[in-house]
Structures are given as C-alpha cells and as structure tokens.
Design a protein around this ligand. Structure first.
Ligand code: DX5
Ligand code: ZN
Length: 224
C-alpha cells in the first residue's frame, strides 16, 4: 500500500492581493495543508507578513495551517502566531539562543512544534530536542525566496532524520519540490511536501489541480 503524503502549498507563490481566493482554490484543487512563510528581512533576506495576516487567512483555511517562522529572535512572537490561529509553528535551529525552550513554549500554547533545518544545518542539531518535536522541516533551498533550485543533499538528510526520530515525527521538506524531486524525498522518508512555484504556476484552480495531482502521482507508487 502506498503511504499518504501531505501536500502543503506555500502561499508565498500565490497572488497576495487575493489571498483568501487563492487559499480556497488550492484547497479545492487538493491541498492538504496551507503553508505560510513568515520572513523578517533579518534572519532571511526577504520580508513577507506577520500575525495579522495569519489571523486574516485563518478562517479560510479548512485544515491545518502550517506556519514557518523565518524570524530571529523568534521567542517574542510565538504567542502572537499561536493566537492568530496557527496549528503548527516551526522555528529554525538558529532563530534563538534556546531551541529547547522555544519548542516547549510552542507546545505549552497547545500547538504542534516544528524544528527547521537549513541546508547547512546538520541533523545532529535535532538530537537533544527530538522528544519535544512534532515535525521536522528540512529546507531543500536556502530560506527566503520561492522558485529556487532543489539542493539534493536534502534527500540524505531526510533519511538520516527518519532513522533518528522514528515513525511518529512528521518529516516535511520545503524548497524546489516538484514531481521530479518529490519521489526521492518520499523514498527517504518524507511525509509532507511544501511546494510554492510548482503548485501556483498557471494562476488558476484548474492549473493548481493539475500541478498538485502531478506531485501526488509522482509519489503514488512508493510504499516504503
Ligand atoms: C522559502 C520558503 C518556501 C518557499 C518554497 O524560504 O520556506 O516555503 O515558498 O517555494 P518553492 O516551492 O517555490 O521552492
Ligand atoms: Zn516555508
């Protein structure tokens, strides 16, 4: 039997002037989660949006709202993103001095806690927090922009992380995910795939359906 794979379109590549409609369209087109990329122009060289926008989109998200924080320091903003209605809050290893404390804080707010590893961050950074993590987000591009080329070392990293965390932690991959790059990631143990450019190309619901279906079909026969 094939494993169910979560597809999480990143709204970074959507039309920001029509966010609610874009979220509705990708959900109709088969999206499982909605992935929201928060950038501060400091931890990463780009700026996006903060808690008010997350709160504004929340009522339009039918399922899981997966919030990826690319901000430093991150701790002062966790409560605001929890209050805005995030379901999963993921923080980068480098986004504060006390990763363990940040994860404890997210869980204490009743949210799922995620850790994000940059392409240059070794998976050993997870070792002493693996018991308080619900999700590991493996970056397969350097964070900051959509539409970048996939960095293939992410596949080995996913395999190593799966061996370290066991079956109950969700492994999500973010950056350059396409029908071409997805199969190796799923074979290595990924459960969830973020995709921005590969989902939102075409600009309408029919295109999104085709794009999501192409990613899903590329991994549909993988059983491990
Ligand atoms: C990059 C973001 C990603 C981005 C992925 O910093 O974390 O979520 O939107 O975009 P694609 O799928 O276009 O590489
Ligand atoms: Zn992201």
């Amino acid at each position: 039997m094939s494993r169910p794979i979560i597809i999480a379109p990143s709204i970074l590549s959507s039309d920001f002037s029509r966010l609610a409609d874009e979220i509705k369209a990708v959900q109709n087109a088969g999206a499982d989660w909605i992935h929201a990329d928060v950038m501060d122009g400091h931890y990463v060289p780009n700026l996006t949006f903060g808690p008010p926008v997350v709160k504004a989109i929340r009522p339009h998200v039918k399922g899981v709202l997966d919030v990826h924080l690319m901000i430093a320091p991150v701790d002062p903003y966790l409560q605001a993103f929890a209050d805005a209605g995030s379901d999963i809050i993921s923080v980068h290893v480098e986004s504060g001095p006390h990763l363990h404390r940040s994860l404890q804080a997210i869980r204490a707010m009743g949210k799922k806690a995620g850790v994000v590893l940059n392409p240059s961050t070794h998976e050993s950074a997870l070792y002493y927090v693996k018991d308080i993590v619900d999700l590991v987000l493996v970056m397969s591009v350097n964070p900051g922009f959509g539409g970048q080329a996939f960095i293939p070392q992410a596949v080995e990293k996913v395999r190593n992380i799966r061996a370290m965390v066991g079956p109950n932690v969700i492994i999500e991959v973010d950056g350059g995910v396409t029908p071409e790059t997805a199969p190796a990631l799923v074979r290595a143990g990924a459960d969830a795939l973020v995709a921005g450019a590969a989902v939102f190309k075409g600009g309408n619901e029919d295109a999104y359906r085709k794009n999501i279906t192409a990613i899903r079909q590329s991994v549909s026969t993988i059983t491990v």
